[in-house]
Write a protein that binds this ligand. Sequence first.
Ligand SMILES: Cc1cc2nc3c(=O)[nH]c(=O)nc-3n(C[C@H](O)[C@H](O)[C@H](O)COP(=O)(O)O)c2cc1C
Length: 332
Amino acid sequence: MHTSLCDLLGIRVPILQAPMGFAASPALVAAVGNAGGLGALALGPKPLDEVRTQIAETRARTTKPFAVNLVLTRDQDERLGVVLDAGTPAVIFSWGDPAAFVARVHRAGAKMMHVVGSATEARRAADAGVDVIVAQGWEAGGHVFGSVATMALVPRVVDAVAPAPVVAAGGIADGRGVAAALALGASGAMLGTRFLASAEAAIHPRYRELLLAAGEADTVHTGLFDVGWPNAPHRVLRNGTVAAWEAAGSPAPGARPGEGGEVARSSVTGLSIVRYQSRTPSVDVEGDIDAMSLWAGQGVGLAREVRPAAEIVRELERDADAVLARLAPRKA
Ligand SMILES: Cc1cc2nc3c(=O)[nH]c(=O)nc-3n(C[C@H](O)[C@H](O)[C@H](O)COP(=O)(O)O)c2cc1C
C-alpha cells in the first residue's frame, strides 16, 4: 500500500484521518500518526493560545508527522503564522482559495494540502503550487464543499492534476473503500466518520452511540445547521430537528420550529448552544445531544464499534492490502 504520498508526507501508509473540528483531539491525531498514517487537527476557529497548546499536546504524544487544518472562511493569517512557527509538517486548507499561502507554507518547509469538490478547483490549486489535492465527495460527513460523489469526483481530479497526488475523501470507511480510492487513481484515502468511532475522538458518548446505530441511509445533505456558519452545506444524521423542520414544510431561516431556543450548553465555557447551531457535540456538552448537528458521512453504517484509532488504521491497512492482493492478476 506504499504510494508516492507516503514519501511526500513521511508516513508509512496512505491513510489520513480527516480534520474534524472538536472531534480531532491531539490524542486521535497522534494515535493515527504513531500507527503510520497522518492525523489532522482542525484549528480554524481556535484562539491562538489553543492553536499552540493543541500542537504542543500532539507533539508530546508523537514524533511522527501530522497536519493542521485551517478553514478559509476566516482570516487565517495569524493562525497560519503560529502553525508554521510550531514546525507543523503539513497544512490542510479548506473552504476557500489557498493560493496566497503557498509560498509561505513552502518557505516554512511544510507541505500544503487543499480540499476541493471539483476538477476545476483542483486544477487551480495544483497550478498555484499546492502539493496534495484532497477530493472530497458529497458522501462526506460534516461540511461538504462540492456536490459530486467520490466515485465520479476522484478520477476527474486525478486526471486534472496529474502527476500531483490526490487523496480521496467522503464515504470511505473500511479497507474496501481505501482500496477503491487507490483504484480510482488516488494516492491515499482520508476518513472522518470512521474515526469518530475511535476511542480517542473527543465527542459526546451519546453522539457516538447514535453514530454506531446509524445505517447508510440515515444521513441527510442539508444547509439546516447554519447558525454560526451560514451558506455551508453539510451532511448530518437525520434527527428530530431535521424531522420537525421537514414536518413544518421546510421553512426558511427565521420561521423554523424552535429557532433560537437553547438545546444544550458547554459545561466548560458555559455558552449556550441553540437549535440549528453548527456545533459538534463534544465531550463537554450537556443537554439534548440528539437535537444537535450530528455530523456523519454515508459511510457511517460501516462504523460498528468503538476501537482505538491505531487498531482502525491497522485494520484499514490489512483489509485494503487483502482486497488489492485479491484483485491483482495471478502469475501464470
Ligand atoms: C465531525 C466532523 C467534523 C468535521 N470538521 C471539519 C473541519 O473542521 N474542517 C474541514 O475541513 N472538514 C471537516 N469535516 C470534513 C472532514 O474533514 C472530511 O472531509 C470528511 O469527514 C470525509 O468524509 P467521511 O466522514 O465520509 O469520511 C468534518 C467532518 C466531520 C464528520
